[in-house]
Design a protein around this ligand. Structure first.
Ligand SMILES: Nc1ncnc2c1ncn2[C@@H]1O[C@H](COP(=O)(O)OP(=O)(O)OP(=O)(O)O)[C@@H](O)[C@H]1O
Length: 241
């Protein structure tokens, strides 16, 4: 579904990514791990069109999306729950969920049609009843957890083929973090492809089929949870646990 081929990127004179490659299959949950500052957010920015790729290529469903405008990439079916949520203070919960809504894209030739029903307002409210209760509250009147639910709901309202979460549970109270993990587990059972960055490695090991570890702007390790748990020295070197 997504193929990142040796991408390089950075900010001004400082190069951050030195040839990152990774692959996400349809309906797969993949994690991106690494210590602070290793380039996880930068990788996501390149995929979503928020930062130019200087070298390398990004393919989505076999089509080159490298350096396409962010809105074009979003319309192809990639939606992001950004770090820091980025909810709008002057829009209500409901407005967030209808303003960006898009019906599911037509399946590509040969692609299986998604099993799950499309994400509309009612289905998002079923997933997060708290959003229904806060329907008429403004973005800046919500708690951090509610804002994260809203950011996920807003991303789902575009009916993405690939949902990307940068720091899925950062700064959330433990009970809310668990709600977010439960939500992601539910999305996974419905076949939603997810690419997720988070610091809670144990949760990522439970939910993701494949893990990609970044170290100094390169993908230094890739594998499944069983392998990751077995390779303790690699993990302590690159993740510090
Ligand atoms: N807008 C920016 N301008 C200049 N440098 C930046 C910018 N954003 C990030 N960087 C630098 O790029 C490097 C990689 O940052 P990035 O945010 O991709 O890391 P990360 O792996 O997501 O880490 P974290 O977990 O801390 O968010 C860091 O050294 C960071 O300081």
């Amino acid at each position: 579904m997504l193929e990142v081929r040796g991408i390089e990127a950075g900010y001004g004179a400082s190069q951050v990514l030195f040839g990152v490659s990774l692959t996400i299959e349809p309906h797969q949950v993949v994690s991106l791990m690494g210590r602070n500052g290793m380039g996880k957010s930068t990788t996501i920015k390149c995929i979503t069109g928020a930062l130019p790729v200087r070298k390398g290529q990004i393919l989505f469903e076999g089509r080159d999306i490298t350096n396409l405008p962010a809105d074009v990439i979003a319309r192809r079916g990639i939606s992001i729950v950004p770090e820091g949520r980025q909810c709008f203070p002057n829009l209500t919960v409901r407005e967030h969920l209808v303003a960006f809504a898009r019906p599911p894209a037509k399946p590509q030739k040969g692609e299986l049609t998604a099993q799950a029903a499309p994400w509309d307002l009612a289905r998002i409210y079923d997933l997060f009843p708290r959003l229904k209760e806060r329907e008429h509250h403004m973005g800046n009147q919500l708690s951090g957890g509610e804002q994260q639910m809203l950011a996920i709901g807003r991303a789902l309202s575009t009916n993405p083929k690939l949902l990307i979460l940068d720091e899925a549970t950062e700064g959330l109270a433990p009970v809310i973090r668990e709600e977010i993990w439960t939500c992601l587990a539910q999305l996974k059972t419905e076949g939603q492809a997810i690419f997720v960055v988070d610091k809670y490695v144990n949760r990522l090991l439970e939910i993701a089929a494949l893990h990609c570890v970044l170290g100094r702007g390169q993908a230094v390790w890739q594998g499944n949870s069983v392998r990751m748990l077995a390779e303790k020295s690699t993990m302590s070197e690159h993740l510090g646990f």
